[in-house]
Write a protein that binds this ligand. Structure first.
Ligand code: FES
Length: 156
């Protein structure tokens, strides 16, 4: 099932969220965030890290509620994906926090070398070409980086 952006009301704690990269929603009088509506269950908003933790052109691995994730910053924008290759379902990194190829312009799977676009997670070369990494909806504000974990992600 493909993920569909959806705007939902949330409580006032999250009124400072910056725009969402998947639907470009912006905070205003209406308190909104963007989530992926791939599950009928409610998603859970979680604090991931301070903004300084993911530096420009770098990647960092995380584990949140038993899910392996990676965050990458490129051109100032933060991207978060499941740390799971769509080819064999294994972790992607070469070493801790090392998810990028030598040019730091693509995500690379350490097992068979598949290459993924940082901006979309799409595989552009390798055995899973045309498939994509599992994107995690995220936003950044003055407090740091926030992610939205759909229930479905925690179930699979
Ligand atoms: S497991 Fe990632 S490319 Fe094969």
């Amino acid at each position: 099932m493909s993920a569909v952006p959806l705007v939902r009301r949330v409580d006032s704690r999250f009124s400072k969220l910056a725009h969402c990269r998947c639907c470009r929603s912006k905070p205003g009088n209406l308190i909104i965030i963007c989530i992926y509506a791939s599950s009928a269950k409610e998603p859970t908003l979680k604090y991931l890290c301070n903004s300084d933790r993911v530096k420009e052109g770098k990647s960092v691995g995380f584990e949140v509620e038993g899910l392996a994730l990676m965050a990458i910053r490129r051109a100032g924008q933060i991207y978060v994906y499941r740390n799971r290759c769509p080819h064999r379902g294994v972790a992607l990194e070469w070493q801790p926090d090392q998810f990028l190829d030598s040019s730091a312009s693509l995500i690379q799977c350490a097992t068979h070398g598949a290459l993924f676009l940082i901006e979309s997670g799409e595989c552009v070369a390798g055995p899973c070409e045309g498939q994509a990494l599992g994107a995690i909806a995220c936003a950044e504000d003055a407090d740091g980086v926030w992610i939205n974990l759909p229930e479905q992600a925690r179930d699979d």
